[in-house]
Design a protein around this ligand. Structure first.
Ligand SMILES: Cc1cc2nc3c(=O)[nH]c(=O)nc-3n(C[C@H](O)[C@H](O)[C@H](O)COP(=O)(O)OP(=O)(O)OC[C@H]3O[C@@H](n4cnc5c(N)ncnc54)[C@H](O)[C@@H]3O)c2cc1C
Length: 481
């Protein structure tokens, strides 16, 4: 039986491991950290539980289809709840919009804000659903080898949606600024500015409004636990605290790794670790991409994260709450065009204990805050503190309550931690952005151009950033092998 080694234990790696184990390979995962899950780890303190990375469970069909591939159901591994409201967006003091858990509720809400927009949204959502069918049922499962993968009768008639961007398209349909921002928000998951993302990607609006926002009981880490359980049931072996230091190449073929100082041999090697880092484990002549290549790429943002234990139940916010009370475009410019610490940051608050009592002790709240920032900017404890004060002051003002005096503890996580914990290039949080020039066959390749039997998976290759794409990425690479 062939031995396959996988570097890293993120969603893509676990996904790949299960498909390959099912086909009879002997699969071992080597993870540098003490727990599996990659960027989707969990942090626990004093009865509080925080997902350190992903917290939005979107595209439930992708998760269901993954477990179905093994004759299982999501329900066999974790419990899901559809959130209502799906999320809330603040635009000003005590001025927020709640996105309901059905299209009907959302159409009504739009109509209330901008008369006539309910019907426009209905038409817009029909297109978004069609694009979702084309993209997620078919295109995203392609390996990104040839441009022809994208060309078919369904995409050709939609060419115009690849030539215009989602910002323009949304602003053409919706004049109200709040509605326009709500509709542009989902593409932020792709890691790029809405003005840099093809309008075709409005399939993310179907993922958002059409399919809804879900919460796995006990947090996103339950998904990792479920996938790990499935993997172990079919024979995958997980090894944690294993730092892969080198990839061994003989006669242009990957034949093993050096891990914690010891040589181990395999027939096929996959890396789910960040692509740039993985190539640094190879001699320079075996790298497919040089530093210039990576330097020219548009990376998804990094993030400044805070995990806060609050000594009270928080009011007037929802499980997922976005704070869009400042200029959306300025913040985007300061991430992508003119990288620097944001002058006025947008931020996101996650309060999972509002709907899931397991996430915090009774009467208290688990709060996770995220500020998207440019990758590679300087990260210091003073800067973290400065931004913590900015967002907590805004949170207090916008929701009209005191928070600061109820903080039991707070921990932060930023660029330096992304670099140290995940070997992430410039401390990016979620990989390589999905812009038009970095889509499908234009992304770093899954098959090494220089080393035989070396493959890549995860958010830096196809299809791109996010949990569902990472799970799909694992399936694609296993098919290539
Ligand atoms: C803060 C944050 C919020 C996010 N929010 C969402 C969200 O709400 N919804 C969503 O869908 N997506 C979200 N994402 C994106 C999503 O989490 C990622 O796209 C996905 O988890 C990436 O999985 P992966 O398998 O590509 O890689 P990773 O999860 O990065 O896994 C790579 C693994 O490789 C390991 N590794 C690195 N170097 C070595 C080495 N030398 N030896 C051994 N192991 C090594 C790392 O430790 C890591 O465990 C978020 C990400 C972050 C960071």
């Amino acid at each position: 039986m062939k031995n396959i080694f996988i570097i890293g234990s993120g969603f893509s790696s676990i996904s790949a491991s299960t498909y390959l184990a099912k086909r009879g390979y002997n699969v071992t995962i080597f993870e540098k950290n003490s727990t599996v899950g990659g960027r989707a780890r969990q942090f626990k303190k004093d009865g509080f539980t925080f997902d350190i990375g992903p917290s939005w469970y979107w595209m439930p069909d992708v998760f269901e289809s993954y477990f179905n591939d093994f004759g299982k159901k999501v329900n066999d591994y974790y419990k899901l709840e559809k959130l209502n409201p799906a999320y809330e967006v603040y635009f000003n003091t005590l001025d927020s919009v709640k996105i309901g858990d059905s299209l009907k509720k959302i159409f009504d809400e739009f109509e209330k804000i901008e008369p006539g927009s309910g019907n426009i949204l209905k038409k817009y959502m029909k297109k978004a659903e069609k694009h979702y069918e084309i993209a997620v049922k078919d295109m995203v499962y392609k390996p990104g080898i040839s441009p022809l993968e994208l060309v078919n009768s369904k995409t050709i008639v939609r060419l115009k949606y690849f030539l215009t961007n989602i910002k323009k398209e949304v602003e053409r349909c919706f004049k109200n600024k709040k509605l326009s921002q709500i509709l542009q928000f989902p593409v932020l998951f792709l890691g790029a500015k809405p003005s840099n993302t093809p309008a075709f990607y409005n399939f993310m609006n179907h993922a958002d409004f059409g399919l809804g926002t879900w919460h796995p009981e006990k947090g996103m880490y339950s998904v990792i636990k479920g996938m790990q359980k499935l993997a172990e049931e079919i024979g995958v072996s997980f090894k944690t605290n294993q730092i892969v230091e080198k990839i061994i190449v003989k006669r242009n073929s990957a034949v093993g790794i050096v891990v914690n100082g010891e040589e181990k041999h395999c027939e096929v090697l996959i890396s789910g670790a960040d692509y740039h880092h993985t190539e640094s484990l190879l001699e320079e002549k075996f790298r497919s991409y040089d530093e210039n290549y990576w330097g020219r790429k548009t990376f998804a943002p990094s993030s400044l994260l805070f995990f806060v234990g609050l000594n009270k139940k928080i009011e007037r916010v929802s499980h997922h709450t976005l704070f869009f009370d400042v200029d959306f475009d300025l913040h985007a410019t300061e991430i992508y065009d003119n990288p620097k610490w944001p002058s006025k940051p947008l931020f996101y608050g996650n309060f999972p204990s509002i709907t899931d009592p397991s996430m915090a002790p009774v009467g208290k709240e688990a709060c996770f805050f995220l500020i998207p920032i440019a990758p590679g900017i300087s990260d210091s404890s003073e800067m973290r503190e400065k931004y913590f004060n900015i967002i907590i002051n805004r949170l207090e003002k916008l929701t009209n309550q005191s928070v600061k005096d109820q903080i039991l503890f707070k921990e932060s996580f930023c660029i330096k931690d992304f670099e140290k914990d995940y070997n992430s290039y410039k401390g990016n949080a979620y990989g390589l952005a999905n812009t038009l020039k970095q889509t499908a066959f234009l992304r770093p390749k899954m098959i090494s151009k220089k080393v035989k039997n070396l493959y890549f998976t995860g958010q830096l290759t196809v299809p791109g950033p996010g949990v569902p794409p990472s799970i799909i990425s694992g399936k694609i690479v296993s098919n290539l092998i």
